[in-house]
Design a protein around this ligand. Structure first.
Ligand code: AMP
Ligand code: MG
Length: 349
């Protein structure tokens, strides 16, 4: 009898050990579409599939809140009530508005500003019919841009837009926020290792299952096939890029990108092709990537300011003359891997 119990307990221990190793080594890859972009998830750990489904559901929920294409969204609610006082919004929208304010404040509204919406609309950015608005139209709309007119009453989850005609566009920060929320879902479910890609916004959750950092490719802004110019190694970081190759249109040989200079109302044209921000907060990284508007030097200054005011951030700026500028934290990390042989890497102080 004793022998049987002994054998049985060894068997039970063995079964427990094997099931444990199967579940921790388990991975799941999921693709989907939300927030206007392709979503991919690589999740390692127990319940990986279930966690990816929960994440996808959450993305759909956030899309419904933040989209400008639906009259019932929080974005539309706020815009439709511009100049009419406060409206109650979901606490998650309030949280995004607060983060937007924080990032806009860093540049006094010269780079990231969610009230660019009326101008974004006039250019038809994100639609099938982008167009160049008349000077007259822009003259009327640019004065409506002012992030300080977004007033937030956190205690009651309310917000308002000061002037009639003002609108908000969360397209430049919603994906970033979604990245942070997804990471929280992973962590809440005990996932220690995962990679989330929200249309170019990458969130590295922990490290790879073997403990080594994730390798993230930095896109070649002029590659038609999604080629890269380099690779960085990161753990527990968001890697977020804004570039002139996403949603641009061309007219008479000129490229018009989807990022608007809040001061002029014109698509940014500051000698950059892309800006990649690497920091812990995916929300902040998305907002900061609009340093794109400012060009190389002022853009780099903005990243430095974020470093000093909040938390460590690194950046990769790629200029139109194909130079790649990387901040000190990436000097030994960024590896030039440029199949086109057109780019050079410059280590910025
Ligand atoms: P992203 O895809 O993160 O590069 O953000 C670009 C999107 O943000 C655009 O499609 C617009 O919806 C919006 N946007 C454009 N210009 C700005 C700006 N200066 N500040 C904030 N959002 C912007
Ligand atoms: Mg972005």
């Amino acid at each position: 009898m004793k022998k049987i119990i002994y054998v049985l307990s060894i068997l039970i221990v063995l079964i427990l050990l094997t099931s444990c190793s199967i579940s921790t080594g388990k991975s799941y890859k999921a693709d989907g579409f939300a927030l206007g972009t392709i979503i991919t998830q690589e999740v390692y750990g127990r319940d990986a599939r279930q966690v990816s489904v929960e994440a996808m559901d959450k993305l759909k929920f956030l899309e419904d809140l933040m989209t400008i294409n639906d009259l019932d969204s929080d974005s539309s609610k706020l815009s439709m009530n511009a100049g009419k006082g406060y409206v109650e919004l979901n606490p998650e929208t309030i949280s995004v508005l607060k983060s937007a304010r924080k990032i806009s404040d860093l540049s006094d509204g010269a780079a990231f500003d969610i009230t660019v919406a009326p101008v974004v609309k006039a250019w038809g950015i994100g639609t099938d019919n982008p167009q160049i608005p008349s000077e007259e139209t822009l003259k009327k709309l640019v004065p409506l841009i002012n992030y300080q007119d977004v007033q937030i009453d956190e205690a009651s989850n309310k917000a308002s837009l000061a002037k009639p005609g003002q609108m908000i566009d969360l397209g430049g920060i919603a994906k970033g926020y979604a990245g942070d929320v997804l990471r929280e879902i992973y962590q809440k479910n005990g996932i220690k290792s995962g990679l989330i890609n929200l249309g170019g916004n990458v969130i590295a959750v922990g490290s790879k299952p073997d403990g080594s950092p994730w390798s993230i490719g930095i896109q070649n802004p002029r590659s038609e096939t999604g080629g890269i110019v380099g690779i960085i190694q990161v753990s527990d970081k968001a890697v977020v890029t804004s570039g002139d190759y996403q949603r641009y249109f061309e007219k008479d040989g000129k490229r018009y990108c989807h990022i608007i200079d809040p001061h002029t109302g014109y698509p940014a044209d500051s000698g950059l092709m892309s800006v990649t921000i690497i920091t812990s907060s995916s929300t902040d990284a998305d907002g900061l990537a609009k340093a794109f508007v400012l060009g190389l030097d002022k853009g780099m200054d903005l990243v430095k300011k974020y470093n000093q005011s909040y938390s460590p951030a690194d950046a990769i700026f790629i200029t139109t003359d194909k130079k790649i500028f990387v901040t000190p934290g990436l000097h030994d990390n960024f590896k030039l891997e440029d199949e086109s042989h057109e780019y050079t890497c410059i280590k910025k102080g």
